[in-house]
Design a protein around this ligand. Structure first.
Ligand SMILES: [Zn+2]
Length: 266
């Protein structure tokens, strides 16, 4: 299927190795790479979600009017290429798809590092909760689930923003205590992450089916036990793929914690 407008075109194929950016929670960028057919090579700038409604409406990325996986839509991966599509690439033809493997590997390290950093953050602020709240997969109060506002993954890292406003204080979080002990908390997170990297545990994804919207669970073996949660992204296969994972915390706006995570490839 080929859909073109002036600036870019989107190609949909039967099956693809490209991982798209999720239009509902766009934390991990879509894969880039190439599509080739004979002598024609098209550069895919980014893989995106695409959806076809039962009524025949086709929508791409931000234009999809419903949440990922909504009923009444067939869910697809769109391959965005700049400009138009040459006549040699026609609907129904066979093409070869190739993902930029280095970039994908960097994004997978960035995504796994992002999840591990959030678990280490939960652990490092666990004593600051004055009320009972839900727990994360390691049994610590789920600071991530309560306060995370945005998560942006890039090759070998991520940036997460946490809202430390009134509603978090009302939920029982000691924001003042956090601000006072900020440097020690950051050091504690980095200590925990170094231990996890050194443990070299397994990391994997479980999928319920072959579609891009089938339920996917990330699982990782840590010294404390196995953790897992729903996640549509890509991940490393083992923590031995890291030489290090470190975070830097920024609280220049006292209402907003910014955690920048950096992964070193092994
Ligand atoms: Zn995830």
């Amino acid at each position: 299927m080929l859909i073109a407008d002036q600036d870019s075109s989107v190609i949909v194929v039967d099956a693809t190795p490209f991982h798209p950016v999720d239009h509902t929670w766009p934390d991990q960028p879509g894969d880039s790479g190439t599509i080739t057919l004979g002598d024609t090579r098209l550069d895919v700038s980014e893989a995106v979600m695409a959806a076809l409604s039962d009524e025949g409406e086709f929508a791409v990325a931000d234009e999809i009017p419903v949440k990922r996986g909504a009923e009444g839509w067939t869910w697809l991966v769109g391959h965005r290429v700049d400009g138009g599509i040459p006549a040699s690439v026609a609907a129904g033809g066979s093409v070869t798809l190739s993902v930029d493997a280095d970039r994908r590997a960097g994004l997978s390290r960035g995504h796994t590092a992002c999840h591990l950093a959030s678990l280490a953050l939960d652990a490092a602020v666990a004593d600051l909760w004055r009320k009972e709240i839900g727990v994360d997969p390691l049994g610590n109060p789920d600071f991530e689930g309560r306060a995370n506002q945005t998560s942006r993954i890039h090759p070998d890292g991520s940036v997460d923003e946490y809202r430390l406003g009134k509603s978090l204080r009302k939920a029982g979080f000691d924001s003042a205590g956090f601000a006072d002990s900020f440097a020690e908390r950051e050091a504690r997170i980095n200590e925990v992450l170094a231990g996890w990297v050194a443990s070299g545990g397994e990391s994997r994804i479980e999928v319920d089916g072959p579609s891009i919207v089938d339920r996917r669970t990330w699982r990782c073996t840590l010294p404390e036990g196995e953790v897992g949660f729903l996640c549509g992204g890509t991940h490393v296969r083992s923590l031995t793929e890291f030489s290090s994972i470190t975070v830097a915390l920024d609280l220049s706006d006292p209402q907003l914690l910014v955690m920048t995570t950096t992964a070193g490839p092994a």
